[in-house]
Design a protein. Sequence first.
Lengths: 449, 501
Amino acid sequence: MTHPFLALTESDREEMLGTIGVGSVEDLFRDLPEAVRLGRELELEPALSEQEVFAHVAALAGRNADASTELSFLGAGMYDHYVPAVVDTILQRGELLTAYTPYQPEMSQGVLQAIFEYQTAVCELTGMDVSNASGYDGTSVAADACYVAKHATGRDKVVVTEATNPQVRQVVKTFAAGFGLEVVEVPHRNGVTDPDELEQVAADAAAVIFQQPNFFGCLEPAPDICAAAAEAGALPVAHVDLLSLGVLEAPGRYGAALAIGEGQAAGNFPSFGGPHYGFLAARQEFIRRMPGRIVGETVDTAGERGYVLTLQTREQHIRREKATSNITTNQTLLALGGLVYLTWLGPQGLRELGETCLSLAAYAKKRLEERAGLGPAFAEQTTFKEFAVRVGRNAREVVAAAREQGVHPGYALGRDYEGMDDVLLVAVTERRTPEEIDRLVDVLAEVGG
Amino acid sequence: MKLIFEKSQAGRRASALPRYEHLPGPSELPEDLRRAEPPRLPEVPEFELVRHFTELSTRNFGVDTGFYPLGSCTMKYNPRINERLAALPGFARLHPLQEEDGAQGALELMWRLQEILAEVTGLDAVSLQPAAGSQGELTGLLLVRAYFAARGEGDQRRKVVIPDTAHGTNPASVTMAGYELTPVRTDARGNIDVEDLRGKVDEHTAALMLTNPSTVGLFDENIDEIQRIFHGAGALMYYDGANLNAVCGISRPGDMGFDIVHINLHKTFSQPHGGGGPGGGPIAVREILEPFLPVPAVVRREGGDFGLDYDRPQTIGKVRGFTGPFGVFVRSYAYIRMWGPRLREMSEVAVLNANYVLARLKDAYDLPFDRLCMHEFVVSARSLKKQHGCTALDVAKRLMDYGFHPPTIYFPLIVPEALMVEPTETEAKETLDAFCDAMLAIAREAADEPELLKEAPHHRPVQRLDEVRAAKQPVVRYGFEEHPQAEAEPAPTATKAPTGV
């Protein structure tokens, strides 16, 4: 019985077994002790044809309420920005899609040059000197940054602001156990971090991780936070949204030692949480402590420019237990999606996108207050594309009631923060039109308290 | 070829964005938070963008291009239907914080994949959360820590045993999990040296990390005795699933005595590797470790609905955002459903293909362990180096001239001049024969014309690249400052007259 993913005919098999010098395929497994063999068929459902698997899996997809079937203002770390067709087109090029990590540079100049361009784009956006080829996501790069800081400072504590994405904080805590790091959180004060309070807590810390804009969408006093961290001898680590960096200052310009973040908003679909890319960039002094792959420029024997994986003595396959990280597979294809997207935007597009998000979010905030009587949770703070609004009753109930009307109004902050049960986090990307925002306002006016 | 930054001209752009003219302008940003200098992103029209990245793709080699026997990486065919499925709006545009009732299809797919992976690994519970094999390893070791801490043995058990054939990720993960490394030797047959092992496993041992079949492509014949040694000492067994493609439906890690397994979805289960990632590194564990798995757990509730369970008081926490790389799960799930119980055939053919290539090559290259192999094997270019000065690197570069991606080289570390070949079940016999013919021809060339190898490759977009220079003087981003105005490349000149109309 043939299978679409197999090629050997019966006569091929016979000939190959003859060359090997065994009588049957079964003989090839003679080194396996009887005790560890399965001895039965796997209990899996029978094989499906392509058409059948399409019908089955498409039916599963059809049971989800996604942003094409529900008007969504959900953000909280994943955003419904438009992904242009050129991203799909390039990522589906088989030569890029089906290649492994570029260990053999002469076979892989396409991917290597693309990563070099990606590193350049990330450095430009963040104002940093060196970027790796990507990390897993916006949470794992925060843990990576802690590992860099631990070895760079010799200290064994990290500080994370409470206004940093809860998932980032949770992942940092998980890995800190293995790294031998204590994790301390600094509370937010009215939606942002107090630099003076931070400086006290940051004494003896290896790093201070903060998010800009923070999880509530508010702009942190980032230069003051970096100065406070540096004053305490800790590395300031800024967790940023790439798409904000057309209008917001680059972390490298306000004193951050490392800039990290979740790349999804820039060129990847939300895809129920992944795969996406995390980015990690740093000042020059940390280049030999960086985790993960880095591509460097070099020349070939004819003197022509080319690209290779470089600084590999940092990495697990050479340094083993002394490596700067265990990362091997990263998120190259998604980072390539980010590069294609950022190229599509260009500097003007990036700025316009930021301004559009600012305008739409400001419009939503204003209309919610004027028409629905729902005021912002942190009225004094400046926000970017996302903001926290008080909805007058339990926000999870508001979400459920609004979804009955086909609108997902946002994320209930009470899921992560005490005392915020009546607060909803609303994200407005350029994909939401003013008319759609009006619809949100109408629905919240009705179902809010 | 030029970088995209060198093709940039101020004022060009590929994007047109919606503008909402009647909106109030954005509120003023505080001066010290506003961007002062615009980032120098490329400025190109859309067609220039497409041509640039298309040209890059032509300078790259994937499984879609040709044979890619990169050992330990399982470079098999990646079915296109999987791409279509992952791109369905019901998946691609689904927000990970959607309420459970709006994500039933996605949760069901994950739950079903968990059930499948439990059956394939012979273990009880699965977490899909880890982003890749290495993260699966680290997650697994954190489970080991949590397990022993709960038993009051956390301070006592500080050591993790790793054979000298292990992937570099294993020792790196051991350090990152806060453990100490205990290395163990490989014996003359390519198995773990059980005598060496016995003296090293005691009440201070937390776990063994083992790849089986190992990175030399051999199934450890003493696996049953090894698991008895570890479990007898109260330690746990961790299985690095990088080589699972050898044993699906034949022998399961759980049946071999392993307690924790990570599965590389981008190897065995066909997630395209994308030039470096994404991957997926789910872990499967024995029941005793289930309480410590990452949150949230994907569960089927009474009544048949699917949900996310955060109520796991003993959990190690979260290792990645949300519930893992969902798009990878869609592809691997569809892939496995197209095999069903026939996964066994997949592994059988992978092992048959590897043994066939080995049989054809073993007289021309050195064979460190003369046994039947599993899904991959390691030969050595040691004699070629000694007799003709041609190294494994030279053989690899020369293979490119024959149109093949080279095998993994210089790994595992215990075999000098190693060439690690993994054909996978993909590939017709004709392809395997063409590869063998090329390897045999290269061995002859090493004797007759060694320069052909040393100067290879001859037909790639670049010649051999200077990796030492790249590391000594790292240039890791485009130097805008050194290229104030990128010089135009010479226009390509026609080499022959037009032949059409």
